[in-house]
Design a protein around this ligand. Structure first.
Ligand code: TXA
Ligand code: MG
Length: 344
């Protein structure tokens, strides 16, 4: 299969191209779409066959359920058993946006989407291209991140192409994603609401809207089994070995880089802008300013892929403290580095 990239200008969305690409959705084939978080691999979320194609294209384990993406609030009601008043109030404030909610599913949800669970994940993306495409397709679109299972989520069209070339017919290229890290997955089928996957919307931020909210046990204590199936897999990982070092400045990461280098390894560093000049002898990938964690989140996955392609043997990455968005970033980095995280 030939994979074609269709560039869409966010400021002047070409509806004709979106109508053209609708034919693939009708044929039950997945199409990659931009969202404000990461690129998604979208197919008709009410078609078992289409969802099977997503699992196939990604090599995704069958027990990892998909998120259904909708374009307006009216689409929600037929997908779930019921919408409680406090849930609706929250969604009216935070949708469209990087928030996925888990609710008891209605009978129209194919088992392929929910991976056999009695719940379904739903999100209304803020990205205008994504919302317009969903609207045009007239069906909720199931869309996991558009990477091969296990690799970092793609945040631009070329990173999607790297994983999906020959596997899907089309990629809608809307440029780089603004946020760069996936949505927050919030289980609202129980009280307190539980954050199953920390994302761009942090615990602290959500707490401003609902008082009865908690982090899943597993996010506080990694020995507990995760409630979100996707959280248990090796994920976001480069092929090359990677380590994460959290410290105030750059002393420990420098020490470790020198150590690896003296063993004859070519080391690449994902490092904050402020410390770049201290590492002239190494290949550097800038995470942006340390004080601007949004920049780090926006760049992180693309930089991990870049470092993985470079002529390197080892990747070192600076981490951040596990507060607010830092918790979400470190949740991803722990998986990227297979747990090799050192905090000083
Ligand atoms: O930002 C995002 O959420 C992106 C964009 C494309 O929207 N999508 C995304 O999808 O990250 P995916 O499939 O890579 O991650 C979905 C997560 C997985 O961890 C999955 O296990 C969890 O949501 N999930 C889906 N349905 C669930 C359910 N019924 N109960 C618990 N967790 C669920
Ligand atoms: Mg994913």
């Amino acid at each position: 299969m030939n994979t074609k990239i269709y560039k869409i200008n966010r400021k002047n969305i070409d509806i004709n191209t979106l109508y053209l690409l609708k034919k693939y959705i009708k044929e039950d084939l997945p199409v990659a779409i931009p969202t404000e978080t990461v690129y998604g691999l979208a197919a008709n979320g009410l078609s078992h066959k289409a969802c099977e194609k997503i699992f196939e294209a990604k090599n995704r384990p069958a027990d990892n359920p998909l998120i259904l993406h909708i374009s307006n609030m009216d689409d929600l009601f037929e997908l779930v058993e019921k919408v409680d008043a406090d849930v609706l109030e929250l969604l009216e404030k935070l949708w469209p946006g990087p928030l996925t909610v888990i609710m008891k599913k209605s009978e129209i949800i194919p088992d392929t989407v929910s991976a056999g669970l009695d719940t379904v994940a739903i999100r209304m993306p803020k990205d205008e291209i994504a919302r317009k495409f969903i609207e045009i397709c007239k069906t909720p679109l199931a869309a996991p991140s558009a990477n091969l299972s296990g690799s970092p989520s793609p945040t631009n069209a070329l990173d999607v192409l790297e994983d999906m070339e020959g596997r899907i017919p089309a990629i809608i290229d809307g440029g780089s994603c603004d946020i760069g890290i996936e949505s927050t997955v919030l289980d609202v089928s129980q009280r307190p609401f539980k954050i199953l996957r920390p994302g761009f919307y942090t615990y602290e931020y959500l707490k401003e809207f609902v008082s009865d909210i908690a982090l899943d046990e597993n996010l506080k204590d990694s020995t507990k089994a995760p409630k979100s199936p996707g959280q248990k897999y090796r994920h976001y990982a480069p092929v090359k070995p990677m380590e994460v070092i959290v410290e105030k400045d750059y002393c420990y990461i420098k020490k470790r880089a020198n150590e690896l280098s003296s063993e004859g390894k070519k080391v690449g560093l994902l490092i904050f802008e402020e410390f770049k000049d201290q590492f002239d002898e190494y290949q550097i990938f800038s995470l942006g300013k340390k004080c601007d964690i949004n920049q780090m989140s926006q760049r992180l996955f693309a930089l991990i892929r870049k470092a993985d392609h470079a002529n390197l043997d080892y990747i070192l990455c600076q981490g951040v403290s596990e507060r607010k968005l830092g918790l979400s970033i470190m949740n991803r980095l722990k998986k990227s580095a297979s747990g090799k995280v050192f905090i000083y």
